[in-house]
Design a protein around this ligand. Structure first.
Ligand code: FUL
Length: 511
């Protein structure tokens, strides 16, 4: 009798605490994967570009290189103000045009005689790189540098000597101003003062940059750290692979086509994600006659860049005082407020935190030994019926909720089609679905769709898309529903996602 009671006890215990599934091995990486610096870079999501230099004072987009140094004369330069605007707008980093095509250097570059040192500004003692890098450090914002290899001032431009001068220029910018998170190489290759064009030594430029700044992500048409998105309108491809083929290619004329840069290469050999650079104003440099874009336009740009697996580099040019104008700064605060009003309210997180019968079901969970896995939060055990204890799995779909970057819902290696369903106590109204793939293990999803249920068991597709990547934001019609389903129709390996969120954007609704 005692034995029977004991066995019964064990059986009841076993029911209360079903054996945990075997600890799941992590999915193997698929295809090329990002370096840790590239992952960190991608997670910055939005950075600020600052075009500043002689053009700020002449109104030109491309300076001639013959402008007198004294033309550069900001009357009230305050890089702390740039940093504070950037931070309040939610930018993680700032990239400054240390040298644009006109060749003028915003720091006393020993390899040039066309710099702040030769100007009357602060009696030739000024150094914008120093001021901005220090302000960034104080403000906790990362610092990056744009340097154009095209130089309309350098007397040696168009000869092999110029490559040496350019390496010295880079060395100077890379050794005195602390860590640089991104080195931005413009691919422009026009004529120099002698009417000659330069054959750039990209191999050496990149190698020296990485030697001096090993964590810098190098931007160019072909990477190696990140790539141009192929246009300056703020639009990344709806299909966007972070992979690119660059064998035999170079920035500029020999770059992949703009369409390829926009979408990446499906089977690209290298991890070179897209960066979308676009200006808040019509031009790259400040001009009194131009004005910033509207909040709606900025939101569109955000959805078409960050929301399409790209980083957004938004240019906010300081004016001829050396300050970000009030109208741009105000616009950025409105943009920030709009983003917060949308993305501070993830209906999935709110339901998971507050609803008694909120639930998630997935058609497959890695190593779970179950056909499907359902998690009905807060439901007492006796009501759970046949549902298994999904929460305890290493790759449970519950990891799609919230902000923990390194936990994921993943499927078995052989499962490349799967669905996950969310069920709410109260109906949810949304027009924006946010998805993230766990990119440290590569980019996998190539086709997915989103369905909603009408309350009578009928499902309707509201969006059909291709890639996800680091982040995908899908805008839909405004729908109200108790149940939403994400269906991954095609993935190139097991599915590894770390986020599913639902949001309501009332700004777009008003458009
Ligand atoms: C281009 C340049 O020619 C523009 O002036 C600007 O700097 C833009 C970001 O890159 O190639």
């Amino acid at each position: 009798m005692f034995l029977i009671l004991c066995l019964l006890g064990v059986a009841i215990q076993a029911q209360k605490h079903p054996p945990k599934a075997k600890p799941a091995g992590p999915p193997a990486p698929y295809g090329p994967v990002p370096t840790p610096a590239q992952v960190q870079w991608q997670r910055m999501e939005m950075n600020m570009f600052c075009h500043f230099g002689p053009n700020t004072f002449t109104g030109l987009e491309w300076g001639e290189g013959t402008e007198p140094e004294d033309i550069f004369n900001p009357t009230a330069l305050d890089c702390n103000q740039w940093v504070s605007v950037a931070k309040n707008a939610g930018f993680q980093g700032i990239i400054l045009t240390a040298k644009h095509h006109d060749g003028f250097c915003l720091w006393p570059n020993p390899a040039s005689t066309h710099t702040v040192r030769e100007s009357a500004w602060r009696n030739g003692q000024g150094d914008v790189l120093k001021e901005l890098s220090e302000a960034c450090e104080r403000g906790g914002v990362k610092f990056g540098i744009y340097i154009s290899p095209w130089d309309r001032n350098a007397p040696t431009y168009g000869t092999s000597e110029y490559n040496k001068v350019f390496l010295k220029t880079l060395r100077s910018a890379h050794t005195h101003y602390g860590p640089i998170f991104e080195q931005w190489f413009d691919g422009a290759n026009g004529e120099g003062p002698n009417g000659k064009r330069q054959v750039y030594d990209w191999k050496k430029f990149n190698a020296q940059t990485l030697k001096l700044q090993p964590n810098a992500v190098i931007f160019s048409d072909v990477g190696p750290g990140c790539r141009w998105v192929g246009n300056e309108q703020g639009t990344c491809g709806r299909t966007c692979w972070s992979r690119l083929d660059v064998e035999g290619r170079e920035p500029g004329k020999n770059a992949p086509s703009q369409d390829t840069l926009n979408a990446g290469n499906y089977n690209g050999a290298r991890w070179i994600p897209a960066e979308t650079d676009v200006s808040i104003r019509p031009g790259w440099f400040w001009r009194a006659s131009e004005h910033p874009k509207s909040v709606q336009e900025l939101l569109r740009i955000y959805y078409n860049s960050v929301g399409r697996n790209s980083l957004l580099l938004l240019n906010v040019p300081p004016d001829n005082r050396g300050l970000i104008p009030a109208e741009d700064s105000l616009r950025l605060m409105e943009f920030r407020a709009a983003l917060d009003s949308i993305f501070a309210h993830d209906l999935v997180i709110e339901a998971a935190n507050g609803e008694r019968y909120f639930g998630i079901c997935a058609s497959n969970v890695r190593n779970s030994d179950h056909k499907s896995c359902c998690c009905w939060d807060n439901i007492p055990a006796y009501m759970r019926g046949h549902e298994n204890h999904c929460w305890s799995f290493h790759y449970s779909p519950v990891y799609l909720i919230g902000y923990n970057y390194d936990t994921c819902w993943a499927t078995d290696d052989t499962v490349t089609t799967a669905w996950v369903e969310f069920k709410f106590d109260a109906p949810k109204t949304f027009n924006c679905v946010l998805l993230q793939e766990y990119i440290p293990l590569g980019q996998r999803v190539e086709k997915f769709h989103i369905e909603v249920e009408d309350g009578n068991g009928n499902w309707r597709t509201i969006a059909e898309e291709t890639t996800i990547g680091y982040k995908r934001i899908v805008l839909t019609e405004t729908v109200t529903t108790y149940k939403v389903r994400l269906v991954i129709d095609q993935s190139r390996g097991s599915i590894v996602l770390n986020r599913f969120g639902l949001f309501m954007d009332r700004f777009l609704e008003d458009e």
